[in-house]
Design a protein around this ligand. Structure first.
Ligand code: 13P
Length: 250
């Protein structure tokens, strides 16, 4: 069975000292956590966060990586840099990166492959805008985004990947897809993966829901059979809120 992963995406929030403080508060609250717990922090917070998570099962992630190993790419970080700084995961292709920083399906694919080959587990984000949803393109779009992002990976590599289905209209808005809708769309993504990489890979790949997931709606979403976890923005910034999401089953 797939082990659920609850990952926080802090986005551009918290300084290194604020990160350490939050993690110290979170540690005792998630000690017995059943899911894998990941915090994707700003890159500059990784060293402080790495110290702070010691003695806990909290894992760390980055929010992006560059696809090259090194070179003239001002402002970017390689997988090796982020790994040494403490990351084990990396969010790739978040809709904010796509909307504000020119990420394309092709760069998302290159970054995802580089993350994997650099020893980081990519959390690949896909999701439709409101207009795309209203036009009836959700299933085609998320399938296409997921398959392009996985291009060039072997079926065994695909098994390690995490995909996050984040409807763009649900991010930071307080709106969520209904439990059943989120489940159905994630099922569509899994079918698309099965079509190219086979049923075994598709059954292993973990697919999260993201978009206004919070202590109140987490249990309903997580009760759905296709939903393997969450990618949490706003509700990951406070230890008490994030702990409630992590401990959704209690
Ligand atoms: P919110 O939980 O704030 O809606 O953000 C979701 C998200 O974008 C996580 O990557």
């Amino acid at each position: 069975m797939r082990k659920p992963v609850i990952a926080g995406n802090w986005k551009m929030n918290k300084t290194p000292s604020e990160a350490a403080e939050m993690i110290q508060a979170l540690k005792p609250l998630v000690e017995g956590a059943k899911p894998t717990v990941v915090l994707c922090v700003p890159a500059v917070c990784l060293p402080a966060a790495k110290k702070a998570v010691r003695g806990s099962r909290i894992k760390l992630g980055a929010q992006n990586i560059h696809f090259e190993a090194s070179g003239a790419y001002t402002g970017e970080h390689s997988a090796a840099m982020l790994k040494e700084a403490g990351a084990e995961y990396a969010i790739i292709g978040h809709s904010e990166r796509r909307a504000y920083f020119g990420e394309t399906d092709e760069t998302v694919n290159r970054r995802a492959v580089a993350a994997l080959r650099g020893g980081l587990i990519p959390i690949i984000c896909v999701g439709e805008t409101r207009a795309q949803r209203e036009a009836g393109y959700t299933n085609a779009l998320v399938s296409y985004q997921a398959l392009i992002a996985l291009t060039g990976m072997t079926a065994d590599e695909v098994k390690k990947v995490i995909i996050a289905y984040e409807p763009v209209w649900a991010i930071g808005t307080g709106l969520t897809a209904s439990d059943e809708e989120a489940n159905a769309t994630i099922g569509v993504i899994r079918e698309a993966v099965a079509g190219v990489y086979g049923k075994r890979a598709a059954n292993a790949v973990r697919i999260q829901y993201g978009g206004s997931m919070n202590p109140k709606n987490v249990a309903g979403l997580m009760a759905q059979p296709e939903i393997d976890g969450g990618l949490i923005g706003g509700a990951s910034l406070k230890a008490e809120d994030f702990a409630k999401v992590v401990n959704y089953a209690e």
